[in-house]
Design a protein around this ligand. Structure first.
Ligand SMILES: C[S@@+](CC[C@H](N)C(=O)[O-])C[C@H]1O[C@@H](n2cnc3c(N)ncnc32)[C@H](O)[C@@H]1O
Length: 442
């Protein structure tokens, strides 16, 4: 029996109604979903911009502030000179530890190091170096991070002053408030985000806070180096009789001269091929020279303080200047344009030391190959380009006597060890001469 027509039509009507309800529900759901998607998108975009802000904030924080500081606090701290610094990179160096590291870069121009700019400081660290390749030298501002307890005193005893105290700010001592070091290094080249340097006095792992190009026009006042009267411009607080007490600072020993006094002559026997075994003696610097220089200096000072009426200016360093009249301070205009340094820095009464190599050390050093070598059978330097550079570095370091005053004056032990690049150096300091039976070891 077939169903009645009316009930079928009724069913169709009900189904049609249900379908239309369902369509409405679907439409509603779609609208809700669209709304949700829009809201989600909006939320995502605001989250994204928050994230960008956070990243920017993080970067700023990582460079100059602690995470807890707000921008206004940072501004305030900056104005007070109390910002927290963050290294722009860390030094890789042929000097692993302080012992045996030259006291100034000029002592050891063949030393090598590199500095990679931290990616946390710039998104593209290599961009920060664009243009720097045009300079031959850069200033490196770094932290003496191995100063231990950060002790510092107003007066320090530089090693080469044999116990004498001077004001910390008249020296380049690492032990100073803020423990900041300043080195003028040679820029050998740049590859990507990495600077290749030579002539450094900085140990491996040293945090670098800043680098700047060396621009002689800005950084170097006129000197009398190219002038035969240069010595006359040096200032010294010491009289002739005091002079011998002042035995140079460790900071800038004069490396042009070698010792002429038997008591200070060293014979050092760690490393070096035979053709380098005798130090090339260049120039001479002894106490007599320094005293003569100081006498000249004192003479010049007297000339400066006399009035023009008393004395017609004919001092050697001023005759070349067109303005020879006196300033209000009593100094001649023009003369003060020239830089002056303490006499005991420019020409220290302490002579440099002679450096010699034993045959065995020469032989062992010759075994070393350059950092660029592919020879795996021989000991290889990590930074140095070969034995010649190592010899130059060793001579520079030892001729300036890297020992502490205590070690030099109180210890019986004349042996001294240090590490240069991948080579361990053993040497012997002696009066006049000494033997070295030790080997250069890797
Ligand atoms: C006398 S300081 C001079 C440094 C720089 N040229 C200056 O004038 O500020 C050089 C000595 O500092 C020491 N030194 C180097 N790097 C250091 C570091 N990261 N922490 C502590 N001492 C360091 C080494 O012993 C080196 O002989």
């Amino acid at each position: 029996m077939s169903p009645p027509v009316c009930s079928c039509a009724e069913q169709v009507r009900k189904l049609t109604q249900q379908a239309s309800v369902m369509r409405r529900e679907i439409k509603n759901l779609r609208q809700q979903m669209d709304g949700a998607i829009r809201a989600h998108k909006k939320q995502m975009s605001s989250l994204q911009s928050m994230l960008t802000d956070c990243k920017h904030e993080d970067k700023l924080q990582s460079v100059s502030k602690s995470p807890t500081q707000s921008p206004s606090e940072i501004k305030q701290l900056l104005e007070q000179g109390r910002i927290q610094t963050v290294p722009i990179g860390y030094i890789s160096s042929c000097f692993a530890v302080k012992n045996g590291t030259p006291r100034q870069p000029t002592i050891c121009s063949s030393s090598r190091a590199s500095l990679k700019i931290e990616p946390s400081v710039f998104n593209n660290p290599e961009h920060s170096l664009v243009g720097l390749e045009q300079y031959s030298h850069i200033w490196i501002i770094f932290l003496f991070h191995k100063n231990g307890q950060m002790n510092y005193k107003a007066k320090v005893k530089p090693p080469r002053l044999n116990g004498q105290r001077v004001g910390v700010y008249s020296t380049r001592s690492p032990h100073r408030p803020n423990a900041l070091g300043l080195t003028l290094a040679k820029l050998e080249g740049i590859t990507g985000d990495t600077l290749h340097l030579s002539g450094v006095d900085i140990i491996a792992g040293t945090p670098v806070l800043d680098i700047k190009p060396y621009i002689p026009d800005y950084d170097s006042p006129k000197t009398r180096r190219d002038d035969t009267n240069s010595e006359y411009r040096q200032t010294s607080p010491f009289t002739d009789s005091q002079m011998p007490q002042v035995m140079d600072l460790d900071e800038e020993p004069n490396i042009s001269g070698t010792s002429s006094e038997p008591s200070s002559v060293l014979r050092i026997c760690p490393a070096g091929p035979s053709d380098f075994s005798q130090s090339e003696r260049s120039g001479s610097s002894d106490v007599t020279d320094v005293l003569a220089e100081v006498k000249n200096y004192v003479k010049q000072q007297q000339l400066f303080t006399e009035s023009p009426e008393d004395k017609q200016t004919d001092s050697p360093e001023c005759t070349s200047l067109s303005t020879n009249h006196l300033s209000s301070s009593g100094l001649k205009f023009g003369c003060e344009d020239y830089s002056t340094i303490a006499a005991w820095v420019r020409a220290p009464p302490v002579s440099n030391l002679d450096v010699r190599f034993t045959a065995n050390a020469e032989k062992e050093l010759k075994e070393f190959v350059s950092c660029n070598s592919t020879d795996r059978t021989r000991p290889k330097f990590q930074f140095l380009k070969g034995p010649e550079e190592a010899v130059a570095a060793i001579k520079g370091i030892l001729s300036a006597d890297p020992r502490s005053v205590y070690r030099r004056t109180r210890c019986q032990d004349r042996l001294f060890f240090f590490t240069l690049d991948t080579a361990d150096i053993t040497c012997w300091f002696g009066d006049g001469f000494a033997e070295d039976e030790r080997d250069l070891t890797m």
